[in-house]
Design a binder for this molecule. Structure first.
Ligand SMILES: NC(=O)NC1=NC(=O)NC1=O
Length: 174
């Protein structure tokens, strides 16, 4: 898919294609559509990021709360979105033994208890050994800086999902 195609999409098509760039937040794609035409992947991505950055704290925390836990209930029940399923299996989280899964569940609960939003990390850039280590490390951070870190991970996830759709080679619109 190239940018000429993207820039020609009507609202419905655009949200169908880009509605899950940010997990379960189709509103962001719905808002970004009105910024077309986009000069390339980076321009499109920057509009997603600008929307996130402009939200009040409640909105930013809301985005984090739309993310399913890593190796959590959704994964167990098979109710993850296709993108999340792919990302979590890439990190080896679909084949954890019970001890590792329960430890992650416990850390996720501690993290959510402390910050009021779930632990979010770009799973495709991580693996089953790194996730619990990163979770334990970030558990010690201050809320303000942790919100920024978590949003940074949302942006990494969005970047990978956009690249899947547009290909890193997507040419700028002529
Ligand atoms: N809580 C999370 O970090 N969830 C996720 N990270 C990903 O990369 N995919 C997810 O579902």
């Amino acid at each position: 898919m190239d940018m000429v195609k993207v820039n020609s999409m009507d609202f419905g098509e655009f949200v169908d294609v880009f509605g899950n760039i940010v997990e379960k937040c189709p509103l962001i794609a719905a808002a970004v559509w009105s910024q077309r035409p986009f000069s390339g992947l980076e321009d499109l991505e920057n509009h997603f990021f600008a929307f996130i950055d402009a939200l009040p704290r409640s909105g930013q925390e809301g985005i984090l709360r739309c993310h399913p836990d890593l190796a959590g209930r959704d994964l167990q029940q098979g109710t993850l979105t296709a993108e999340s399923q792919h990302e979590q299996s890439q990190a080896g989280l679909t084949s954890l033994d019970t001890d590792d899964r329960l430890r992650l569940q416990q850390l996720n609960a501690q993290y959510r208890e402390r910050f009021g939003f779930p632990f979010v990390l770009a799973a495709r850039l991580s693996d089953r050994a790194t996730v619990p280590r990163e979770l334990a490390r970030r558990l010690q951070c201050q809320p303000e800086s942790e919100l920024r870190t978590a949003l940074g991970e949302v942006k990494k996830i969005s970047h990978l999902r956009l690249t899947d759709l547009l290909g890193a080679h997507s040419h700028s619109a002529r």
